[in-house]
Design a protein around this ligand. Structure first.
Ligand code: B16
Ligand code: MG
Length: 218
Protein backbone atom coordinates (compact mmCIF):
# COMPACT_ATOMS: atom_id res chain seq x y z
CA UNK A 1 0.00 0.00 0.00
CA UNK A 2 1.27 3.46 -0.88
CA UNK A 3 0.98 5.81 2.04
CA UNK A 4 2.10 9.37 1.55
CA UNK A 5 1.99 12.33 3.91
CA UNK A 6 -0.12 15.26 2.74
CA UNK A 7 0.70 18.42 4.69
CA UNK A 8 -1.64 21.39 4.42
CA UNK A 9 -0.83 24.99 5.24
CA UNK A 10 -3.86 26.67 6.87
CA UNK A 11 -4.25 30.33 5.94
CA UNK A 12 -4.67 30.64 2.17
CA UNK A 13 -4.98 26.89 1.60
CA UNK A 14 -7.82 25.65 3.82
CA UNK A 15 -9.39 28.98 4.80
CA UNK A 16 -8.83 32.62 3.89
CA UNK A 17 -7.91 34.07 7.27
CA UNK A 18 -5.58 36.59 5.58
CA UNK A 19 -8.56 38.96 5.31
CA UNK A 20 -8.99 38.88 9.11
CA UNK A 21 -5.25 39.28 9.73
CA UNK A 22 -5.47 42.29 7.42
CA UNK A 23 -8.30 43.97 9.35
CA UNK A 24 -6.62 43.36 12.70
CA UNK A 25 -3.10 44.43 11.62
CA UNK A 26 -4.45 47.52 9.84
CA UNK A 27 -6.33 48.63 12.96
CA UNK A 28 -3.24 48.10 15.09
CA UNK A 29 -0.82 49.75 12.62
CA UNK A 30 -3.07 52.79 12.28
CA UNK A 31 -3.36 53.08 16.06
CA UNK A 32 0.42 53.64 16.21
CA UNK A 33 0.50 55.87 13.13
CA UNK A 34 1.78 53.39 10.58
CA UNK A 35 -0.02 53.13 7.25
CA UNK A 36 -1.04 49.60 6.27
CA UNK A 37 -2.57 48.46 3.00
CA UNK A 38 -3.26 45.14 1.25
CA UNK A 39 0.24 45.44 -0.21
CA UNK A 40 1.85 45.25 3.23
CA UNK A 41 -0.57 42.49 4.26
CA UNK A 42 0.61 40.39 1.32
CA UNK A 43 4.13 40.45 2.75
CA UNK A 44 2.90 39.02 6.06
CA UNK A 45 1.44 35.84 4.57
CA UNK A 46 2.99 32.78 6.19
CA UNK A 47 5.07 35.03 8.48
CA UNK A 48 4.84 34.53 12.28
CA UNK A 49 3.04 37.01 14.55
CA UNK A 50 6.31 38.29 16.07
CA UNK A 51 7.98 38.76 12.67
CA UNK A 52 4.83 40.47 11.36
CA UNK A 53 4.87 43.11 14.10
CA UNK A 54 8.63 43.59 13.66
CA UNK A 55 8.04 44.30 9.98
CA UNK A 56 5.20 46.76 10.65
CA UNK A 57 7.38 48.68 13.13
CA UNK A 58 10.23 48.68 10.61
CA UNK A 59 7.95 50.05 7.85
CA UNK A 60 6.84 52.83 10.20
CA UNK A 61 10.36 53.47 11.51
CA UNK A 62 9.20 52.85 15.08
CA UNK A 63 11.09 51.48 18.04
CA UNK A 64 9.18 50.39 21.11
CA UNK A 65 9.91 48.63 24.41
CA UNK A 66 9.68 44.86 24.79
CA UNK A 67 6.68 45.41 27.07
CA UNK A 68 4.79 47.49 24.50
CA UNK A 69 5.68 44.97 21.82
CA UNK A 70 4.00 42.19 23.81
CA UNK A 71 0.97 44.41 24.49
CA UNK A 72 0.54 45.26 20.79
CA UNK A 73 0.73 41.58 19.81
CA UNK A 74 -1.95 40.75 22.38
CA UNK A 75 -4.22 43.57 21.15
CA UNK A 76 -3.86 42.40 17.55
CA UNK A 77 -4.58 38.80 18.45
CA UNK A 78 -7.65 39.65 20.56
CA UNK A 79 -9.04 41.65 17.66
CA UNK A 80 -8.21 38.84 15.17
CA UNK A 81 -9.95 36.29 17.41
CA UNK A 82 -13.22 38.27 17.29
CA UNK A 83 -13.32 37.45 13.56
CA UNK A 84 -12.16 33.85 14.04
CA UNK A 85 -14.89 33.20 16.59
CA UNK A 86 -17.51 33.94 13.93
CA UNK A 87 -16.11 31.39 11.45
CA UNK A 88 -17.92 28.22 10.37
CA UNK A 89 -17.76 25.53 7.63
CA UNK A 90 -18.90 28.04 5.01
CA UNK A 91 -15.40 29.54 5.08
CA UNK A 92 -13.60 26.40 3.95
CA UNK A 93 -12.02 27.19 0.57
CA UNK A 94 -13.37 25.60 -2.57
CA UNK A 95 -12.86 21.84 -3.00
CA UNK A 96 -10.78 21.42 0.16
CA UNK A 97 -13.42 19.01 1.44
CA UNK A 98 -13.31 16.92 -1.75
CA UNK A 99 -9.50 16.63 -1.58
CA UNK A 100 -9.54 15.72 2.12
CA UNK A 101 -12.26 13.13 1.54
CA UNK A 102 -10.29 11.54 -1.31
CA UNK A 103 -7.13 11.34 0.81
CA UNK A 104 -9.02 9.88 3.77
CA UNK A 105 -10.70 7.28 1.54
CA UNK A 106 -7.28 6.31 0.23
CA UNK A 107 -5.87 6.03 3.76
CA UNK A 108 -3.22 8.72 3.33
CA UNK A 109 -1.49 10.60 6.14
CA UNK A 110 -2.93 14.09 6.63
CA UNK A 111 -1.22 16.83 8.62
CA UNK A 112 -1.41 20.55 9.17
CA UNK A 113 1.77 22.64 8.93
CA UNK A 114 0.91 26.21 9.83
CA UNK A 115 2.71 29.24 11.29
CA UNK A 116 -0.44 30.20 13.17
CA UNK A 117 -0.75 29.82 16.93
CA UNK A 118 -4.52 29.87 16.42
CA UNK A 119 -4.55 26.91 14.03
CA UNK A 120 -6.37 24.49 16.34
CA UNK A 121 -9.06 27.05 17.18
CA UNK A 122 -9.62 27.71 13.48
CA UNK A 123 -9.79 24.00 12.52
CA UNK A 124 -12.34 23.46 15.28
CA UNK A 125 -14.45 26.43 14.13
CA UNK A 126 -14.66 25.06 10.58
CA UNK A 127 -15.17 21.52 11.85
CA UNK A 128 -12.14 19.97 10.18
CA UNK A 129 -9.97 19.10 13.16
CA UNK A 130 -10.87 15.39 13.13
CA UNK A 131 -9.67 15.02 9.51
CA UNK A 132 -6.06 15.60 10.59
CA UNK A 133 -3.77 12.85 11.87
CA UNK A 134 -1.23 15.43 13.04
CA UNK A 135 -1.19 19.17 13.69
CA UNK A 136 2.02 21.19 13.82
CA UNK A 137 1.55 24.93 14.26
CA UNK A 138 3.19 28.11 15.52
CA UNK A 139 3.18 26.76 19.07
CA UNK A 140 5.41 23.84 18.11
CA UNK A 141 8.22 25.45 16.14
CA UNK A 142 11.15 27.72 16.85
CA UNK A 143 11.98 28.69 13.30
CA UNK A 144 9.38 30.07 10.92
CA UNK A 145 9.01 29.32 7.20
CA UNK A 146 11.16 29.31 4.96
CA UNK A 147 12.85 27.13 7.58
CA UNK A 148 11.56 23.56 7.01
CA UNK A 149 11.07 22.82 10.75
CA UNK A 150 7.24 22.93 10.68
CA UNK A 151 6.98 20.45 7.79
CA UNK A 152 9.72 18.14 9.09
CA UNK A 153 7.90 17.95 12.43
CA UNK A 154 4.64 17.19 10.62
CA UNK A 155 6.32 14.35 8.67
CA UNK A 156 7.74 12.98 11.89
CA UNK A 157 4.34 13.12 13.58
CA UNK A 158 2.86 11.21 10.63
CA UNK A 159 5.80 8.77 10.75
CA UNK A 160 6.38 9.28 7.04
CA UNK A 161 9.75 10.11 5.46
CA UNK A 162 10.02 13.73 4.19
CA UNK A 163 10.60 12.56 0.60
CA UNK A 164 7.22 10.84 0.75
CA UNK A 165 5.44 14.01 1.83
CA UNK A 166 3.55 16.54 -0.27
CA UNK A 167 2.96 20.12 0.90
CA UNK A 168 0.12 22.44 -0.14
CA UNK A 169 1.19 26.07 0.35
CA UNK A 170 0.04 29.53 -0.70
CA UNK A 171 3.10 31.52 0.41
CA UNK A 172 6.53 31.83 -1.17
CA UNK A 173 8.22 31.23 2.21
CA UNK A 174 6.10 28.09 2.66
CA UNK A 175 7.02 26.72 -0.77
CA UNK A 176 10.69 27.34 0.02
CA UNK A 177 10.25 25.54 3.37
CA UNK A 178 8.69 22.52 1.61
CA UNK A 179 11.54 22.43 -0.92
CA UNK A 180 14.13 22.70 1.86
CA UNK A 181 12.41 19.78 3.59
CA UNK A 182 12.90 17.70 0.42
CA UNK A 183 9.13 17.34 -0.05
CA UNK A 184 6.96 17.75 -3.14
CA UNK A 185 5.79 21.37 -3.08
CA UNK A 186 2.41 22.31 -4.49
CA UNK A 187 1.62 26.00 -4.71
CA UNK A 188 -1.98 27.10 -4.35
CA UNK A 189 -2.27 30.49 -6.04
CA UNK A 190 -0.52 32.31 -8.87
CA UNK A 191 2.21 30.65 -10.97
CA UNK A 192 4.17 33.94 -11.25
CA UNK A 193 4.41 34.23 -7.47
CA UNK A 194 4.82 30.56 -6.58
CA UNK A 195 7.17 29.58 -9.43
CA UNK A 196 9.56 27.79 -7.07
CA UNK A 197 6.91 25.11 -6.41
CA UNK A 198 7.00 21.72 -8.18
CA UNK A 199 3.38 22.27 -9.27
CA UNK A 200 1.03 25.25 -9.04
CA UNK A 201 -2.77 25.23 -9.06
CA UNK A 202 -4.99 28.30 -8.79
CA UNK A 203 -7.16 26.45 -6.28
CA UNK A 204 -8.19 22.88 -5.44
CA UNK A 205 -10.90 22.88 -8.11
CA UNK A 206 -8.11 22.82 -10.70
CA UNK A 207 -6.61 19.75 -9.04
CA UNK A 208 -8.34 16.52 -10.06
CA UNK A 209 -8.46 13.34 -8.03
CA UNK A 210 -6.40 11.67 -10.79
CA UNK A 211 -3.52 14.05 -9.95
CA UNK A 212 -3.80 13.15 -6.26
CA UNK A 213 -3.82 9.50 -7.26
CA UNK A 214 -0.57 9.96 -9.22
CA UNK A 215 1.06 11.54 -6.17
CA UNK A 216 -0.05 8.60 -4.04
CA UNK A 217 1.26 6.05 -6.57
CA UNK A 218 4.64 7.77 -7.16
P1 B16 B 1 -1.18 33.81 14.30
P2 B16 B 1 -0.29 29.92 7.73
C1 B16 B 1 0.06 32.24 9.03
O1 B16 B 1 -0.73 31.11 8.75
C2 B16 B 1 -0.51 33.46 8.31
O2 B16 B 1 -0.39 33.31 6.91
C3 B16 B 1 0.26 34.69 8.73
O3 B16 B 1 -0.27 35.84 8.10
C4 B16 B 1 0.19 34.84 10.26
O4 B16 B 1 0.91 35.97 10.70
C5 B16 B 1 0.74 33.56 10.89
O5 B16 B 1 0.00 32.45 10.44
C6 B16 B 1 0.67 33.61 12.41
O6 B16 B 1 -0.68 33.61 12.81
O7 B16 B 1 -1.10 35.26 14.62
O8 B16 B 1 -2.59 33.27 14.26
O9 B16 B 1 -0.28 32.97 15.20
O10 B16 B 1 -0.41 30.46 6.35
O11 B16 B 1 1.11 29.47 8.09
O12 B16 B 1 -1.32 28.86 8.03
MG1 MG C 1 -0.59 30.28 4.14
Amino acid sequence: MNKKGFIFDLDGVIVDTAKYHYLAWRKLAESIGVSFTEKENEQLKGVSRIKSLEKILEWGNKTISEDDFMKLMAIKNDDYLTYINKMDEEEILIDVNRVLEYLIQNKQGIALGSASKNARTILKKVNLISDFNAIVDGNDVEKGKPNPEVFLKAAKALEIEPQHCIVFEDSVAGVQAANAANMVSIGIGEQEILHEADYVFKNFTEMENSFLNELIKK
